[in-house]
Design a protein around this ligand. Structure first.
Ligand SMILES: Nc1ncnc2c1ncn2[C@@H]1O[C@H](COP(=O)(O)OP(=O)(O)O)[C@@H](O)[C@H]1O
Ligand SMILES: [Mg+2]
Length: 500
């Protein structure tokens, strides 16, 4: 067992606590807490972290404490901050988001930042394409658009900036928002675990759900997820959120904001906790399994309930209990069998058959009639037919079809080459599979060469030989071919046949 690191929560007075012990259910050791008290608390804070022997400090740092914590982290070189200070860089300001997107070449609206007002006004007057979105760059984060403004022309931009006195001037091209909304994508370990549209309220252009907007977990576009993954990887983020705009005209995705700090239901914070436990323990704790698009289902749950749901788990697909038993049944004791047609003689003797409400003509045919099930030849079967095989799943059926592009299957065991096929599965299919051996007298070169153990060279030799003998009457004739020994012959005989 690997030694577990000593964990601590990084808290700050007056700042919402994103994590607490309940998110780290199952962590066997005590998790420390260290609270930063603002104003000249650096030294004391560092001392406390050292005294508590903390290896990992978990928590988001608010924008206004970012620089202080860059210094603190330098004095605690052996402490791992999660998320790291580098990862939290875009938390600090909108300017940092822009610098981050530039550095990693992530799609974002064209943005200009000026510390010199005259230069800023010159840009806004002569070059900027309106509307421009003007934002306060730095400050306590997430005011839900309170510091975000739209200017339709230079006059508006100038008046706004004279009034608000934002420094720096942070101005960017407005994206023509598809569905008048933007997307919030949350990720854990670079995997999107929740995503939703946020639509603006009536008469609003900003998508602020606390001001009458609404959200929808449906139809989140793939390119938004992809961009969010790119950003998360660039930030090396354990957890991450992106606000993404989709252009109504081009469908292109743009990052508006990204950070490790965001609002999230407790069940999401539980997943992050579980993910971090996996990370900190080198796999001793399981990584949470969160299927992509699970938010579409969870989003159907009323939000008042979502707020209270905890430790939601998803498992990987497994056959049901009885199904597993059936697949593993060594003696076929509980093998499923075709039910025979019943007949009047089955009824216990005390009841006379003629008293039963059975139609007369049915009584005549009491012979056991066996229904012939169409057996499957993989080489000719449709996807639907393949799907009827026991335990078959869509993904495997597609994989088999792909395999058949380059191979002719003469026995189900050929499919053992596929990762998801094993002996047991093949055994279960046995009764449903037709004789798939290939008739040597009608096989063409293309078919022959795709059979396991034949290949183009031998296919040609066989076909030349067939021309000589006209028709094979016995597979033993293959013995006469060059290079065909006993073993090869046996192999060919299991894959080929004479006539139907
Ligand atoms: N460049 C832009 N084009 C169009 N809409 C934008 C743009 N930037 C921001 N918005 C709108 O304003 C909202 C708030 O902007 P954001 O940068 O996320 O600031 P906040 O920190 O207030 O959340 C966004 O969710 C989006 O609806
Ligand atoms: Mg925002």
């Amino acid at each position: 067992m690997t030694k577990l690191p000593k964990l601590g929560f990084l808290y700050l007075d007056y700042v919402l606590r994103f994590f607490d012990h309940s998110n780290f259910k199952g962590w066997p050791d005590k998790i420390e807490e260290v609270v930063y008290h603002w104003k000249n608390d650096k030294k004391r804070f560092i001392k406390e972290v050292k005294a508590k022997n903390i290896d990992v400090l978990i928590g988001n740092i608010p924008a206004t404490a970012y620089d202080t914590f860059v210094e603190i982290s330098k004095e605690l070189p052996h402490v791992r901050f999660v998320p790291s200070l580098e990862t939290q860089f875009p938390n600090k300001s909108k300017e940092n988001v822009t610098l981050f997107c530039d550095k990693y070449n992530l799609s974002a609206p064209k943005t200009k930042i000026y510390y010199d007002n005259e230069k800023g006004y010159k840009y806004l007057k002569n070059k900027a394409k309106y509307p421009q979105i003007i934002k306060r760059s730095y400050g306590p984060s997430n005011y839900g658009g309170y510091y975000v403004h739209k200017a339709d022309n230079f006059k508006e931009a100038h008046e706004l900036l004279e009034d608000k006195k934002y420094s720096p001037i942070y101005t960017q091209d407005a994206i023509d928002l598809k569905f008048s909304g933007d997307l919030r994508v949350m990720l854990i370990g670079h995997k999107p675990i929740c995503a939703f549209w946020r639509f603006s309220g009536d008469g609003e252009w900003i998508t602020n759900t606390s001001q009458g907007g609404s959200i929808s977990y449906e139809n989140v576009p793939m390119n938004a997820l992809e961009l969010a993954v790119e950003a998360s990887k660039a930030a090396k983020a354990e957890y991450w959120a992106c606000d993404i705009a989709i252009c109504a005209k081009t469908d292109k995705a743009y990052i508006l904001e990204c950070a490790t700090a965001f609002a999230a239901f407790p069940y999401i914070r539980d997943w992050i906790g579980q993910y971090l436990m996996w990370d900190f323990s080198n796999g001793r704790f399981p990584m949470p399994h969160v299927p992509l698009f699970s938010w579409e289902e969870l989003g159907k749950v009323d939000s008042s309930l979502l707020r209270t749901m905890r430790h939601i788990g998803f498992s990987k697909y497994k056959p049901s209990c009885d199904g597993t038993w059936y697949i593993n049944d060594p003696e076929d004791k509980f093998d499923m069998e075709e039910a025979l047609l019943s007949n009047p003689n089955d009824v216990p003797a005390s009841i006379a058959p003629e008293k039963l409400p059975i139609k007369k003509d049915l009584l005549k045919d009491t012979k056991k009639s066996k229904i012939e099930v169409n057996k499957i030849n993989f080489n000719t079967a449709s996807l639907t037919q393949i799907m009827t095989l026991h335990g078959m799943e869509e993904e495997l059926a597609l994989e088999i079809q792909e395999y058949l592009l380059d191979n002719v299957v003469t026995d189900s065991s050929d499919l053992l080459e596929l990762e998801s096929v094993d002996e047991q599965l093949i055994k279960v299919w046995d009764d449903s599979i037709d004789d798939m051996r290939v008739n040597i007298n009608d096989a063409d070169e293309d078919t022959l060469k795709k059979i396991k153990g034949i290949g183009s060279k031998l296919a040609k030799i066989i076909l030349n030989f067939k021309e000589e003998v006209k028709k094979f009457s016995d597979l033993d004739q293959l013995k006469e071919l060059d290079g065909i020994g006993k073993n090869k012959l046996a192999q060919l005989k299991s894959r080929l046949k004479i006539g139907e």
